[in-house]
Each structure stands twice: as C-alpha cells, then as structure tokens.
Design a protein around this ligand. Structure first.
Ligand code: VGL
Ligand code: ZN
Length: 192
C-alpha cells in the first residue's frame, strides 16, 4: 500500500498578492489546497506545511547582497500563512531559512518545532508518496519536489495548486519540465 502525505509549500502572506514577494495569483492556490487539506485530514494521512521563516538580516535580502526584497520576516504579518488557509490541527509545520547566513528553498531543509527534518518526520510516518502544492513553483516547490525525488519518494505535483514567481518568463514551465524529467508526476486536474 502506498502511503501519501500532503506537503503544502510556503502559502504565506508575503508570497500572495499585496505581499513583499508576491507571486501572481498566489492566493488562488488557497481554496484548492483547502480541499486537499480536508481530504488528507479526513483520510488520517500526514500533512506538512513549510514556512519560509527569515530573520530580519537574512542573507537572501537585498540589503545583504541577496536576490530578494525582505520577505517572510519572523514577527511580521508577511510570515503568516494565508489567513484563508484552513490548517488542520494535525498538520506539522516545518520552518526554513531561519539561519541568517544561508537561504533554504527546499522543505527538506526545514525543521519542525521538535527539530525534526521533514524527511525524518516522513520516515516516522512511513510515507512513500508526496502530494505537493504551494508557492513558488520555480523556487521552493521545485526544490522540495527535486529533494523529495532524490530521497526516494514518489512525488505528485498538483498543477492547479501551484503558482510561480517567474523572474524570467517561462521559469515555472521550465521548473515543471525539470520536475517531470526527474520523475515527478504532474496532475493538471484536481484529483481528490
Ligand atoms: C521562496 C524566494 C525566496 C519560495 C522563498 O517560497 O518559493 N522564493 N524565498
Ligand atoms: Zn525566502
């Protein structure tokens, strides 16, 4: 029996329209992911949410010579999950980018409140298949999917539940091609 977990990547205020590092139509993933969250919760399957969680002096910010405007800063509203995201009580939250010196796009670099890495937690829950949605397609979703595949998980990407930054036009399409080339299954229709 395949055991699936839902991985919701960085559905945070700063990555949604009006946020500090807004992704076009980023908030459109929220109702879709709410259905996924309810489905996994109902099935009693593991749910992980990743959260970009930077200190104010993070290396990825332009003031420190990084590529991004300040975003998802600890203690600000922008770091919060989208207010309409229905986070079940059973969901585990994994934070990343907490070290001011290094950026961390992948959920596999994130830790829960006990200090567990996502992979350790997934192994504990005997998961072998990841269903992934969230923000942003061309950064943290891509990195999480590629690391998941590299760690030996089967990975399904929900195309209706991801949006990209597209610093360069086509970045999100390119990211999807790369994920598929590495073994991910991309579902273009809502599956549950
Ligand atoms: C992300 C850029 C910087 C993401 C995080 O969640 O995709 N992108 N930090
Ligand atoms: Zn970040």
């Amino acid at each position: 029996m395949v055991r699936s977990a839902l991985i919701v990547v960085d559905v945070q205020v700063d990555f949604c329209p009006g946020g500090a590092l807004q992704v076009q139509d980023g908030d459109e993933v929220v109702p879709v992911l709410n259905r996924c969250l309810a489905h996994f919760e109902h099935q009693g399957l593991p749910i992980a949410l990743t959260q970009d969680f930077h200190p104010a002096n993070h290396a990825s910010f332009s003031a420190q010579g990084g590529p991004w405007p300040p975003h998802c800063v600890q203690g600000t509203v922008g770091v919060d999950f989208h207010p309409d995201l229905l986070v079940p009580a059973s969901a585990e939250i994994f934070r990343k980018g907490t070290d001011p010196r290094y950026d961390a796009y992948s959920g596999f670099q994130a830790r829960d409140a006990r200090g567990l890495l996502l992979e350790q937690w997934l192994r504990q829950h005997e998961v072998d298949h990841l269903v992934v949605g969230g923000l942003a397609t061309d950064y943290c979703v891509q990195a999480t999917v590629l690391d998941g595949l590299g760690a030996g998980f089967a990975v399904t990407v929900l195309q209706v539940a991801i949006r990209g930054v597209n610093v360069h036009p086509g970045d999100s399409e390119e990211a999807l091609v790369k994920m598929v080339a590495n073994g991910a299954q991309v579902l273009s229709q809502y599956p549950f």
